[in-house]
Design a protein around this ligand. Sequence first.
Ligand code: PLP
Length: 393
Amino acid sequence: MKYPFSGRMYSAPESFLGRLFAVSNNPEIISFAGGLPDSSLLDVEGIKDASSYVMEEEGREALQYTTTTGYLPLREYIAERYNKRLGIPASADDIRIVNGSQQCLDLTAKIFLDSGDAVGIENPGYLGAIEAFSMYQPVFKCVDMDDNGVLSDVFKTLFEKEKPKFFYGIPNFQNPSGRSYSDERRKEIAEIIRETDGIFYEDDAFGELSFDNKPRMPVKKYAPENTIMSGSFSKIIAPGMRIGWIYAPKEVISQFDCAKQAADLHSNFLCQKIMHRYLTSVDLDSHIRKITAAYSKKCRLMCSLCDEHLPESIVRTDPKGGMFMLLTLPKKINSLKLFEEGLKRKVAVLPGIPFYANGGGEDTVRLNFSSSTEDEIISGMKRLKDTVASFRL
Ligand SMILES: Cc1ncc(COP(=O)(O)O)c(C=O)c1O
């Protein structure tokens, strides 16, 4: 049977995930290739208490249909946290709850992109965004990064000459590189989008996973009307609950509501209520401090083992938060070959290739440091050292 799938299904990039799942299911392999939060840091007891409370006190309401916009007290909580944490005057009206911030990527692409439209993205950029946008058959315009973020002169030329519908970026602890934009770069980006009437999609999935106490202002603060921001509870509370949000200008929110209603009517109401109960009954800041202390320690361990075990010709990024770092390889090592050779020695790294929307990445690999234990990081890095040694540089 030849099924008549739509053209968009053929524009999605080839999926690496099947291969990766096979790797993560093999307990003998130490995997730095995935991207999961550390399961031991999930607050099972806290979520259990919040769930019992919601079912006992508000069960009939929580199991009903609700509005597309999302649970108002949860939206108020998110707005208030923006006010307190970053001094941004958000209000619940500017915020909508979604099924994980991944859904914002799909719905934002749906409301902005027609086939053939230009969309900007960091190079390398988040694979999940490349996959979500690809469904709408855009033309990707990739902008390289340095250690201070996306290159602002190239970004400016892009907005002046090619007018992408929007540019997607991750200023805090980027996936896959772990890099963050400097404050100066954020201001430059904000100025460019204000001057060119451009739109910046600011994905802040990792914003709260900071290892230093340095305040990092979102681009949204400097260009509120030109920025669509998304956030998520996945990295700080529980990805399985699938609760994220969009924070955007009113005209965008109104179109977003249309698209969201058509897609799924509303996000899981029970989980929204449980999340709200949880957030208002625990000390969220101390929970986040516990997670960031653990990730920061693992990150420092992985960085020092990279420096100790790998040759100088392999250059790593220096994450100040988040869950990932990126290695740039010398010419003699191809990232796919490193992946294959690593599997033989029971360590998995993720070739950078799927993060480059227009090709490339044969010279980069992403390493995840959040999900492995410290012992696994120590053993896995030794295996990576042996793998690299086999290339005889
Ligand atoms: C940069 C980035 N954005 C968005 C997401 C999607 O997360 P969620 O849908 O769980 O909020 C991820 C997941 O890893 C991510 O890395």
